[in-house]
Design a protein around this ligand. Structure first.
Ligand code: SAH
Ligand code: SF4
Length: 390
């Protein structure tokens, strides 16, 4: 790296540990991993099993107050209530699309808002969660990328989206089978690998068998290609990886996903090749947004096959979801089909993502668009100082 090359921190104004200023002095227990909760309870002079009890109440039973923790003595419950809280993002709006997709606009303790989307399909249900308010990156086809980066979410706020979705779907205690939420994907707003520590803690909470209990094969992290952090994630998180590739040539990818100038395709794919425990059963998903006349020619498909050679891959073709002011058009359905065929004929799995929830702006790349344009108080039908209109 030369001195003038951007460093990781250049993409993270304010640092990766930004926390909300919410005026609440009690510490939030949500977001602490089981080991951290045990240390917290030890600092109060409590034994380890106490932490396990509390962990079970929060992540297995989904309670939001200490009063409900009936296997803990009343005096201790009162003490916990004084010192701690069990935070939840506040649901501002809950929308249901005609195709069953649900989108929640969630308000965080400092007033910032993020969106979480639930996509039910036959046999599975995917919860798409956000990792940042806005995004520092500026992918040219992504609406989130046009909005300013505000801050990183805390581990509590990332895991809190899963807790709130379970509240909303009435899915407590954590079901062992027949779940509505079967998969969690970090594909909402923001670049998860620019919020590494908090994302890692939230992933650990999602994976914990005594709590939310998602297998690591059912958690997918989507990244625009932050090479050093992909390597770290491979060693430390062991989740499924999705790469927002979108182009197989650097010249084009520089334009679509500008972070490519820092970590070009060759370096990115080298990190993918090294990602641990890849196999035919554990492949990397490459996301490829289909932009009419930009990256959707037969030659682009062949180039894609060439660069991915040797990597256990599946390709997810995402028809571009337009947003007001976007400079691209969606590829024609025939073109998407043909592109997919070329890939499949080479023996690589290619799926075409159906746009879900587009009537409620819940599709890929549309998140936060509404809330950024219309202030929250307006959407609630209040006046600016928070009162209902007369
Ligand atoms: N920042 C991460 C994760 C969030 S974006 C990332 O870039 O991977 C989730 C996926 O939606 C990414 O593959 C992204 O490139 C894609 N996407 C963004 N805008 C889109 C749009 N307008 N239409 C279709 N897909 C889009
Ligand atoms: Fe950020 Fe991902 Fe959108 Fe790019 S595609 S601007 S990394 S959210």
């Amino acid at each position: 790296m030369t001195d003038s090359a951007p460093k990781l921190d250049d993409f993270m104004p304010g640092g990766r540990m930004a926390a909300p200023a919410d005026g609440e002095s009690r510490k939030d227990l949500v977001g602490l991993t089981r080991a951290e909760l045990a240390r917290e309870m030890e600092s109060l002079g409590e034994k380890r099993f106490r932490a396990d009890q509390i962990f079970n109440w929060i992540y297995f039973r989904g309670v939001t107050g200490f009063e409900a923790m009936t296997d803990i003595s009343r005096p201790l419950r009162a003490r916990l209530e004084e010192l701690y809280r069990i935070g939840r993002p506040q649901v501002v709006t809950a929308q249901v699309s005609s195709d069953g997709t649900r989108k929640w606009l969630l308000r965080l303790a400092d007033g910032n808002e993020v969106e979480t989307v639930f996509i039910p399909e036959p046999g599975r249900g995917t919860l798409c969660i956000s990792s940042q308010v806005g995004c520092t990156l500026t992918c040219s086809f992504c609406h989130t990328g046009t909005q300013a980066w505000v801050r990183n979410l805390t581990a509590a706020e990332i895991a809190g989206q899963v807790l709130t979705a379970r509240d909303e779907l009435g899915e407590w205690p954590t079901p062992s089978d027949d779940r509505q939420i079967t998969n969690v994907v970090l594909m909402g707003m923001g670049e998860p690998l620019f919020n590494y520590d908090h994302v890692k803690a939230a992933v650990e909470l999602c994976k914990d068998e005594k709590g939310l209990n998602f297998s690591r094969r059912r958690i997918t992290l989507s990244t625009s290609g932050i090479v050093p952090e992909i390597r770290r994630a491979g060693a430390e998180m062991q989740v499924m990886l999705a790469i927002s590739l979108h182009a197989a040539r650097d010249e084009l990818r520089d334009e679509l996903v500008p972070v490519n100038k820092r970590w070009p395709i060759k370096e990115l794919l080298a990190a993918c090749r090294d990602y641990p425990s890849l196999s035919n059963a554990r492949r990397i998903t490459f996301e490829y947004v289909m932009l009419k006349g930009v990256n959707d020619a037969d030659a682009d498909a062949r180039e894609l096959l060439r660069v991915l050679e040797g990597i256990p891959s599946k390709i997810n073709l995402i028809p571009f979801n337009p947003w007001p002011g976007s400079r691209y058009e969606t590829s024609e359905p025939d073109r998407v089909q043909r592109f997919g065929e070329i890939i499949r004929n080479a023996g690589i799995m290619a799926t075409i993502r159906r746009p879900r929830g587009s009537d409620i702006a819940a599709a890929c790349g549309q998140l936060k668009s509404e809330s950024a344009r219309v202030p929250a108080w307006k959407r609630r039908g209040e006046t600016k100082d928070g009162h209902a209109p007369a």
